[in-house]
Design a protein around this ligand. Structure first.
Ligand SMILES: Cc1ncc(COP(=O)(O)O)c(C=O)c1O
Length: 419
């Protein structure tokens, strides 16, 4: 295998506690009878990782250009995050919300300060945060806006990806995500993405909220026209409904700013965070909102056994502390410019078009050269991990800790497989 030239860290951690001795090939074969087939992973079995690099069972090294769909914005096992997790593991891991714990309020204070919003509802996965926001928006519509009982609607965008629960796939426009999972939850209207006129036409007195991704990640890193997010903000304010920004993938430094909505100086009513909030260590998500909005929840109406647990809160606080330095946002912006320039040079030479915001790119490959999956497999053979979104589009989303040399090396591998 001809991998990127930048060496992996010399001090890989000692072998983990698992006594797994099977080869990659055997481990992959062993999966079929015992694991649900809801994924189609690339044929690589990762055994350890550090920073931007992962290593498979046989010791082959790969540059991680996916970063756990942006859950690993700070790279694998960032020392500050690992230290925060270890410290907390040695003290207290779980209380449930039946009791207070000494880590949670600090996490909420930090997150409110980082986002400019007031209150936090801690959850675990992204889908849970979305589900929670749907509940909060509906309750707000009945109690504050005065929508007739059970009539609240939420407007979403075509091509959305907000998760996999039954309510969320109810408003997906991806047939693979929906087929066979009905009956679906009512109360959603789908409008074209990046179309303010269509959005305005869909709003009526039943509208509780508009729920959108400021950049549609799974759809292929689709960036709306400049002014769209500000337009959604103005429209929702004028018509008296909530703006819910799902920044589970776009948020926390990925786009070169703390949040993707920051590019248009927009503050939503409800912000959804997840993925990188758990530092790639624990699942942590949050609904962050204005006080008047999140105050509609009262004891007993919503919750989660693990939401806000002290281990998650300690790691989440360490994540927010990293972001508060601004270093990761700056790196994403600067290296995003490098990625943009290299992709521009590849356009017409295997790349048909691409979209970049910070260290996040959707790259459309000439279908004559292969599907996104085939390109991903060829990059794997070159020691670079990426993932297709759909068709011939691949997503590049390396850890924000990547060096320029590593980034150029990964993009060099892309050039090679297209050549
Ligand atoms: C924008 C967005 N929202 C929600 C989710 C769901 O997050 P999770 O997989 O943690 O449930 C994702 C996952 O990719 C996402 O990209």
């Amino acid at each position: 295998m001809t991998g990127p030239t930048t060496p992996a860290p010399s001090s890989w951690p000692a072998s983990g506690s698992a006594s797994e001795t099977r080869s990659s090939a055997r481990l992959i074969l062993a999966e079929a009878p015992v694991l649900a087939h809801n994924y189609h992973p690339l044929p690589v079995v990762v055994a350890r990782a550090e920073g931007t690099w992962v290593q498979d069972v046989e010791g082959r090294r790969y540059l991680d250009m996916l970063a756990g769909y942006s859950a690993l914005n700070f790279g694998h096992r960032h020392p500050a995050l690992i230290e925060a997790a270890h410290r907390q593991l040695d003290r207290l891991t779980l209380t449930s919300r039946a009791f207070h714990n000494d880590q949670l309020v600090g996490f909420a204070e930090r997150l409110a300060a980082l986002t400019g919003l007031d209150m936090v509802l801690p959850m675990n996965t992204g889908a849970e945060a979305v589900e929670s926001a749907v509940k909060v928006a509906r309750k707000w519509a009945y109690e504050v806006k005065g929508v007739a009982p059970d009539r609240a609607t939420i407007i979403v965008a075509d091509g959305n990806f907000h998760g996999r629960t039954t309510t969320i796939v109810s408003f997906s426009t991806d047939e693979t995500a929906r087929a066979g999972f009905g009956p679906f939850t009512p109360g959603f209207r789908v409008v074209p993405y990046n179309d303010l006129a269509a959005l305005e036409a869909a709003v009526d007195e039943t509208t509780a909220a508009v729920l959108i991704e400021p950049i549609q990640g799974e759809a292929g890193v689709l960036i709306p026209d400049e002014g769209y997010l500000a337009g959604v903000r103005e429209l929702t304010r004028r018509t008296g409904c909530l703006f819910i920004a799902d920044e589970i993938q776009s948020g926390l430094g990925r786009t070169g700013r703390t949040l993707a909505v920051d590019h248009e100086s927009v503050v939503p009513d409800i912000l959804l965070l997840g993925k990188a909030l758990g530092g790639g260590i624990v699942p942590v998500s949050a609904v962050v909102a204005r006080r008047e909005v999140l105050s509609v929840l009262r004891p007993g109406e919503h919750g989660s056994t693990f939401g806000g647990n002290p281990l998650s809160a300690a790691v989440g606080s360490a994540v927010v502390d990293l972001l508060a330095t601004g270093e990761f946002q700056r790196r994403a912006a600067e290296l995003g410019d490098v990625m943009d320039r290299v992709l521009a040079a590849l356009t017409g030479a295997g790349v048909t078009s691409y979209r970049v915001r910070g260290l996040w790119a959707g790259v459309d490959i000439d279908p004559a050269l292969g599907t996104g999956r085939q390109i991903s497999e060829r990059l794997l053979a070159e020691g670079v991990l990426v993932k297709d979104t759909h068709g011939s589009t691949i997503r590049l989303a390396p850890p924000l800790t990547i060096t320029e040399e590593e980034l150029r090396s990964a993009l060099g591998a892309l050039k090679k497989v297209l050549g």
